[in-house]
Design a protein around this ligand. Structure first.
Ligand SMILES: NC(=O)C1=CN([C@@H]2O[C@H](COP(=O)(O)OP(=O)(O)OC[C@H]3O[C@@H](n4cnc5c(N)ncnc54)[C@H](O)[C@@H]3O)[C@@H](O)[C@H]2O)C=CC1
Ligand SMILES: O=P(O)(O)OC[C@H]1O[C@](O)(CO)[C@@H](O)[C@@H]1O
Length: 395
């Protein structure tokens, strides 16, 4: 029998990144989603196209050999597919992991195949597979936990590829950048060995890769989005074309680079080259990526281990400079009441209903005794005061 991958989330990264590389590696991909339109399209087509766009032109790949199941309406089918699969991946968003865990737990529990299932969460978050595993284990009978390792192995990953929102008439087809990076820890697979997926870079220690990625790509991208929206820019490319915003992004990246070089002993020259690649990537005018997509979910992005507070906290602990990152935090706090973004409404409510220190704790999870805490409280206070004066954040 051929290899089978179950992939949760038939969205942009699901179709344009994970499924592409699973398909190339020879897997049949079974997409699981909760959106009727995506499931229907996947069920009613035999192929879709992934087009890489860059100044060098366009390259198109055709993805075939997939099926799709709606987990909202056909949960038992999903459980059975998981029980005979080789790998489970997901790209649903870090906040959704808890919702997909129960069905994965049921599928793992009834497995009787000799090889354990490989589970790899593909989200923009540190330790996303660990988070998913925690939810799966909490939906597994305690007496079954001891033997879980015979049925499933869990590996964290870092994924990087810019997949903007797609044009409304594009159906399943996805336009993406050429660049990609998929790094996964290999230790958890032990003697069983990791899955054979050529696109994956297997490493012993993931932390340097995921921190470098999150604190360079995502920090700079989100900084451009929040400053860009504040300045009335529509796309990230437009924001990066603005010399002031470009300068701010560079200043922020100097701070995160100093952490990455100091903590992970990455050579300064290597980090500088990485930074230049990322600035070129996020400035790509062919991607038409909106500031709202890249800024989406500001509450998650202001989190303790996330792209701003994560590096700023570590810099503060080391007595190093972090004030440009605070500028990004300030702009993120102004991403309030944005259309179709529930977290931007939640952000506005939290800022409205709480004193600065309480709002800081609630949003960032920073400990009140942390060396970064008072600096963030000041920024929160500043944004709240503007709203009190004008009825809304300055924008
Ligand atoms: N778009 C990008 O450039 C990148 C995104 N990522 C990460 O990949 C993840 C997905 O992002 P996108 O693909 O851009 O988002 P998306 O919104 O295009 O796709 C998410 C998909 O998950 C589905 N979904 C939601 N709840 C579900 C559930 N309970 N069960 C099954 N499916 C469910 C949605 O219907 C949607 O199709 C996020 O964690 C994001 O941070 C990482 C790198 C790049
Ligand atoms: O939901 P998030 O964390 O913004 O994830 C999507 C982000 O990931 C990236 O693709 C980088 O890998 C950004 O382009 C994009 O904004």
């Amino acid at each position: 029998m051929g290899m089978k991958a179950i992939h949760f989330g038939g969205g942009n990264i699901g179709r344009g990144f994970v499924a592409e590389f699973l398909h190339t590696a020879g897997y049949e991909v079974v997409f699981i989603d909760v959106m009727d339109n995506i499931i229907n399209e996947l069920q009613n087509t035999k192929s879709y196209q992934v087009t890489e766009v860059s100044e060098a032109g366009e390259t198109t790949k055709t993805i075939t050999n997939y099926r799709a199941i709606n987990s909202k309406t056909h949960e038992q089918d999903v459980v059975e597919e998981i029980s005979t699969a080789d790998i489970v991946t997901c790209a649903v968003g870090p906040n959704i992991l808890k919702f997909i865990a129960p069905v994965i737990a049921k599928g793992i529990d009834i497995r009787s195949t000799p090889k354990p299932l490989a589970v790899i969460a593909c989200e923009n978050a540190i330790g996303a597979t660990d988070t998913l595993r925690g939810h799966i284990e909490s939906h597994t009978d305690s007496e079954r936990l001891e033997t879980m390792g015979e049925r499933a192995q869990y590996a964290n990953s870092a994924i990087d590829r810019i997949v903007p929102a797609q044009a409304p008439n594009s159906g399943l087809n996805v336009r993406i950048e050429k660049f990609y990076e998929w790094v996964v820890e290999k230790g958890p697979f032990g003697n069983v060995g990791h899955p054979n997926i050529p696109a994956i870079h297997w490493v012993d220690h993931l932390e340097p890769y995921i921190e470098r990625k999150l604190f360079t790509v995502n920090t700079s991208h989100a900084t451009a989005a929040y400053y860009g929206r504040y300045a009335g820019k529509k796309t990230i490319a437009e924001a990066m074309h603005d010399s002031y915003i470009r300068g701010v992004v560079r200043d922020v990246l100097k701070e995160t680079a100093s952490l990455i070089i100091d903590k992970h002993e990455i050579e300064a020259q290597e980090q500088q080259e990485y930074v230049e690649t990322i600035i070129a990537r996020i400035s790509n005018p062919y991607l038409e990526d909106s500031v709202e997509r890249v800024g989406r979910a500001p509450v998650r992005k202001l989190g303790r281990k996330e792209r701003f507070i994560g590096p700023a906290a570590q810099l503060a602990e080391r007595g190093m400079k972090y004030d440009s990152l605070l500028g990004s935090v300030e702009m993120a706090l102004r991403f309030q009441n944005v259309k179709d973004d529930a977290e931007s409404v939640e952000l506005a409510t939290i800022l409205k209903e709480n004193a600065p220190a309480d709002a800081t704790v609630q949003l960032t999870g920073l400990e009140r005794t942390h060396p970064l805490f008072s600096a963030v409280v000041k920024v929160v206070d500043q944004v709240q005061s503007e709203a009190k004066e004008t009825g809304q954040p300055r924008i």
